[in-house]
Design a protein around this ligand. Sequence first.
Ligand SMILES: C[S@@+](CC[C@H](N)C(=O)[O-])C[C@H]1O[C@@H](n2cnc3c(N)ncnc32)[C@H](O)[C@@H]1O
Length: 210
Amino acid sequence: MKERRNLKEIYDEIAEDYNKIYSSEENLPHLDLVDEFLKRLKKGKTILDAGCGPGCYSKYFVKRGFKVIGIDISKKMIELARRNVKEANFFIMDVKNFKIDKKVDGIFCAYVLQHMDKEELKEYIKCFKNNLREGGYLFIILYRGKGEKIIREPLNPKIVYKIYLYEEKELKEILEKEGFEIEKIWKKKNEDKAALHDKEIIILAKLKGI
Ligand SMILES: C[S@@+](CC[C@H](N)C(=O)[O-])C[C@H]1O[C@@H](n2cnc3c(N)ncnc32)[C@H](O)[C@@H]1O
């Protein structure tokens, strides 16, 4: 097995291939569920796309009348996002350390938090809470299961890394502890060849307050 490398480097390397697949709207997973998130926000409101990659979901949000801020640790991903979605603002930043001037109305985080262990995940959720207005919505997509899994990156099998799987119960506990109310939980199978695991969990939650 090849030595594990840091995420920033890995995503810089696969950014172009990732973009080729997911820049077409028809390849973006779970848009029907994403629409449930958008329905709860008014047009013109601001969504933070946390770990936005090449901005595929950001583009979907902009096309539906939302303002978008995208952040990602990968420079290459951010370059592609800026090229793909001129109307949004993108920054190279870690999802855990970001701080924005004005709290956002919605935070969207798809296929990012599988890289975080449970302790890190708690920190990320805390950071989301601190940057979301009261009554705002959080939408996350994670891989479902127990413990961790070593995977070969489908877009470049030479790359090997660890991902963390999560069960409904532990996610609910973490979110509720930070003041989120769970509105919906979906459990899905993912047959996408580029997916890292075949079972997914998708959560739509509201930050209490209003
Ligand atoms: C599988 S891609 C998903 C991209 C996008 N969310 C989507 O669903 O199309 C994961 C992205 O998360 C980014 N990422 C991983 N860890 C991150 C972190 N700590 N802060 C910001 N971005 C991160 C990677 O650089 C990569 O672009």
